[in-house]
Design a protein around this ligand. Structure first.
Ligand SMILES: C[S@@+](CC[C@H](N)C(=O)[O-])C[C@H]1O[C@@H](n2cnc3c(N)ncnc32)[C@H](O)[C@@H]1O
Length: 211
């Protein structure tokens, strides 16, 4: 645990690219301000960033793991890349029209979720919006590893996996000073070796100035 959250560095060093699968941005595109500056927070190996790049010309990637920027897909993406901690972003207030934050809160300790959301609020422009995605306790990954906090598990590579109910996520988003514009549950079944498993995540769209 001493290496939290930098355990990600070893993960990308040993695995390289590890995130795949398309996110349906079309479902949320009209709720986001993709014409302005976009931050992909916790950009990882660029799986989300490569999709956003098709919708936005002004995207910046930020991740705590320098090794994430050395993964093959990320190396191929021409966009500014910043190594930084989402709990204390090295970015000025109000500079972004959109923040994409997919599965970053999934991998942090309880106290850090609110810190990160407050930073998201700080860097968003007044009419900006954030897209936040996390897994639910009904997801197939729930319960694996050692429970270290409620609904939070320490798994292989010393990585943390936290699962949220919609109520918990919305409460944190609102505590951070963001107003919720839209919420959604993305659920589907996947089949591995003939067995069906549930994948389930929550998406919240929120911003400082939304009603
Ligand atoms: C599951 S990956 C998500 C990657 C990407 N958002 C995507 O959806 O393809 C989570 C990422 O969050 C990053 N991360 C975790 N804690 C962080 C922190 N405190 N500050 C910045 N990035 C962090 C990890 O390094 C990792 O790349």
């Amino acid at each position: 645990m001493d290496d939290y959250p930098l355990a990600w560095n070893l993960s990308y060093k040993s695995k390289g690219q590890q995130w795949r699968g398309l996110f349906q941005y079309s479902k949320f595109e009209k709720d986001l301000e993709l014409g302005g500056k976009v931050l992909e927070l916790g950009s990882g190996d660029g799986n989300s960033a490569s999709q956003i790049l098709k919708l936005s010309e002004k995207i910046i990637c930020l991740d705590i793991a320098v090794s994430s920027f050395r993964t093959l897909p990320m190396k191929e993406l021409a966009m500014p890349k910043i190594v930084g901690d989402a709990r204390m972003l090295p970015l000025k207030a109000g500079g972004f029209s959109t923040v994409i934050c997919r599965h970053v809160l999934t991998h942090v300790r309880h106290d850090d979720s609110l810190l990160i959301l407050k930073e998201v609020r700080r860097i968003l422009a007044k009419n900006g919006t954030a897209l936040i995605e996390v897994f639910t306790p009904d997801d197939m990954r729930y319960g694996k590893g050692k429970m270290i906090e409620p609904d939070t598990f320490l798994r292989q590579e010393n990585l943390i996996w936290r699962f949220y109910t919609m109520g918990e996520l919305k409460d944190l988003v609102e505590k951070a000073g963001l107003k919720i514009k839209k919420e959604d549950i993305l659920a589907r079944e996947v089949r591995h070796d003939g067995v069906e498993y549930q994948r389930e995540s929550l998406v919240v769209i929120a911003g400082p100035g939304l009603q």
